[in-house]
Design a protein around this ligand. Structure first.
Ligand SMILES: [Zn+2]
Length: 409
């Protein structure tokens, strides 16, 4: 037996250790009294709360999490969740109170402190207490410098306040967190913030800085349409039409789908430079490169009509309507041109034929993130505040829809 004794002792020690560990896991000293933590897991409230949360029944979730918090008064997580639920319900004052109470707890660990402050910052933001929200998020970053969520929220808050330099700094820190090269999204956001800084410089009358900012924005994101537009405008204000034309031509080259934004500027500046023929040439190049480009056709049609070539213009517009029958701008251009020709019957009949099944609408731009609709192209969504999310909405040509319907029937 003798040789087995040490082994037996080791086994007993192991078992005792396990038992102590289990007890430690089960009970926790909470403000001087032992609390059975297992009770929380055995009580149904926490799981029920989660189920209601998943089902979107916030009121019932609050009830269950409240009951769960009573079972385990020491739990930080449950009270955090409760506060967040109050915020989501719009009870911001209650959310703030809940989260502020948590800050009063002694011996909060650093990251716990940061998490509570983050929730509090979101409460303040929701309640419109911008300064206090900014303060809370900055405090989170002091405790936890790599907290992405705090940085994202700070960037949005600064951008909403048009504090572009601070927003830029927040995004730069976010980009650095990823390590390595900044992602394409980081680059795009930084480009838009650079652009906003350029516009701010323009407002302050500092054109050289504005030009630097616009060029920096283009370096960050080479298809940055608004920066090209403003860069050209600034060059023109410097009495340099050739440089302005160059900036707008780079836009056409780098972002052909946005080329139309520079059309009227280019048309004017080519005339200034004494080379008006460059404009119709540009439109024809765009149409050849993209047969669906209805905006280049519209611009060329107007250009020709102004020079008395209305019939040619109408042909272009009819081609454009065939590509995009829903663009109101095309129809608005067609009507006066038809009138100018005294409504020739053959052309009117062709027009009626083209438009028979079209639905007209005036809000062709939609945010791909939140589906916000706008009658004009916006660079930042007023609803979800995201950058560069607007695309032109297209409804399939009526004929296609008909044939699909036939197939479905
Ligand atoms: Zn949006």
């Amino acid at each position: 037996m003798q040789p087995y004794l040490p082994l037996l002792a080791a086994l007993v020690a192991l078992l005792v250790g396990l038992a102590v560990g289990k007890a430690w896991e089960r009970y926790k000293l909470h403000e001087g009294t032992w609390v059975d933590r297992r009770r929380l897991r055995e009580s149904p409230h926490f799981i029920l709360g989660l189920n209601f949360l998943v089902a979107g029944q916030v009121d019932l979730a609050i009830e269950e999490f409240g009951a769960a918090a009573n079972v385990d008064p020491g739990s930080l997580e449950i009270r955090l969740i409760l506060g967040n639920l109050y915020r989501e319900k719009g009870q911001v004052g209650r959310a703030i109170q809940e989260h502020q109470n948590l800050l009063q707890r002694p011996k909060l660990k650093k990251l716990e402190h940061a998490n509570v402050l983050l929730c509090l910052g979101l409460d303040f933001r929701r309640g419109g207490f911008i300064d206090r929200a900014v303060e809370a998020f900055n405090e989170v970053l002091r405790l936890d410098p790599e907290n992405r969520y705090a940085l994202v929220n700070l960037e949005k808050l600064y951008a909403e306040q048009r504090q572009w330099q601070d927003a830029y700094e927040a995004r730069r820190r976010l980009a650095q967190l990823s390590g390595g090269r900044p992602s394409e999204r980081d680059q795009t956001v930084l480009a838009f913030l650079e652009h906003a800084l350029g516009q701010q410089a323009l407002q302050q009358g500092d054109r050289p800085t504005a030009i630097q900012r616009f060029e920096a924005a283009i370096d960050l994101s080479p298809s940055m349409a608004p920066a090209f537009l403003n860069l050209g405008d600034a060059r023109l204000d410097q009495h340099n039409p050739a440089a302005a034309a160059a900036a707008w031509e780079r836009l056409v080259q780098m972002a052909p789908d946005r080329a139309y934004l520079a059309f009227s500027r280019l048309e004017r500046v080519y005339a200034t430079l004494g080379t008006p023929e460059r404009f119709p040439e540009l439109c024809r190049r765009l149409i050849a490169a993209n047969p669906l480009d209805w905006r280049a056709r519209l611009a060329l049609a107007r250009h020709l009509a102004e020079r008395g070539r209305t019939r040619e213009g109408l042909d272009l517009l009819f081609d454009a309507v065939a590509v995009n029958p829903h663009a109101l701008a095309l129809h608005q251009a067609i009507w006066p041109m038809l009138s100018a020709l005294d409504l020739p019957q053959a052309l009117v009949a062709r027009y009626i034929d083209l438009t028979r099944d079209s639905i007209f609408y005036l809000d062709p731009h939609v945010c791909v993130r939140c589906r916000y609709r706008s009658t004009e192209l916006l660079w930042q969504c007023p609803h979800c505040h995201e950058w560069n999310t607007f695309v032109e909405e297209r409804i399939a040509p009526a004929q296609e829809e008909e044939s699909n319907e036939t197939l479905a029937n």
